[in-house]
Design a protein around this ligand. Sequence first.
Ligand code: NI
Length: 428
Amino acid sequence: MYDISIKGGLCLVGDEFTRANIGIQGNRIAYVGREDIRGEVEIMADKKLVVPGLFNAHTHLAMTVLRGYVEDMPLMEWLRRVWEIEARLTPKDIYWGSILGILEMIKTGTTAFSDMYFHMDEVARAVGESGMRAVLSYGMIEKGDEEKGRNELETGTEFIKEWDGAFSGRIKAVFGPHAPYTCSPGFLMKVKERAEELDTLIHIHVAETKHEFEEIKQKYGKTPVKFLDDMGFLSKRVIIAHAVWVENEEIRILKKRGVSVVHNPVSNLKLASGIARVREMLRAGVNVCLGTDGAASNNTYNMFEEIKLASLLQKVATTRADALKAADVLKMATRNGYVAYGIEGGELKEGMLADIILLDAKSFNYLPLYNPLYSIVYAGYGCEVTHVIVDGELIMDDRNVLTIDEEKVVDRVESTVSDLIEGLRPRG
Ligand code: NI
């Protein structure tokens, strides 16, 4: 008798969809096969697709409260307005913004995410309550100021010590130096040393925009990835968000050092950053995963949008319709995220963590279901997600999110945002 059995679904096992039963014991997948199995909780899945949960590998979760606040502006002006309001965010805003973001993620099939922001205790609390899995980092900005650097590193370290492994291991806490243009080389190397001491990872933005590429080149005489490698920063511990502006030699460096890359197609389009060279990176053997980035530059946490766009962008950028195939992009959205962050999940295989989603195989947008893979990748909305299991716990059952009170979220988000905006009105 398993804790949960998922019966008769069309399951993505390896690269193929096959009819199978899945048994979950504790937080792990204990059985995948054709034997008739029983569970304390049984989910009839004969009309479902069963796939590994999606991993959103780069977010600033609480930016949900800024969603739609400022749009259609040149990047620098947009950033100025975003920073102005970000400076006013209270722990309460961060908490409710995080719960709202997690609600959206659960409903669209995400089982794990990697977040970098501030007031991270509130994000951790939201993760704990919602049943989600997350990699969390306090976003450190030092700007060459030694004292600020010491304080930032201390805050980042304290966060890791307090939260790493919390909620039976659902939280993994790591370092999050913001970027090479907001952190000096000296500071980045201190972060690297500390990450080695604590045996943890580093999540950082690198080579997002042409502006950054030129700025680093001008300041240090090298392009961003090469600059980081020459100082000895890059290793398997490092996960870089974006890598839009990378040269051929830098792709080889990423592979050689075992660095994972998070591709954020919607954000890169919306902020007009460019198209990352995903096909080349994958062909070179770099582990590339997918993310949404923050809700202010996306504006959703729906991974199905990223999946489809990631594939389409490579096709148009290379004028090859086979540039990024459905199976590969789905792997980017699942397995590769888990691999990047060293978490044993993202596959329907015995021994893996039980992070699993069920999709309605009869959903209007999937029909006719010639090949489930193509329906998921090219016709997915997110509305077809019916069940979500994280760490062996059912957190969405037949589209009901069991861990979050939706009405309360709507109410609290609206009131917290009205306080926030109220404060912005000029006085007098
Ligand atoms: Ni970002």
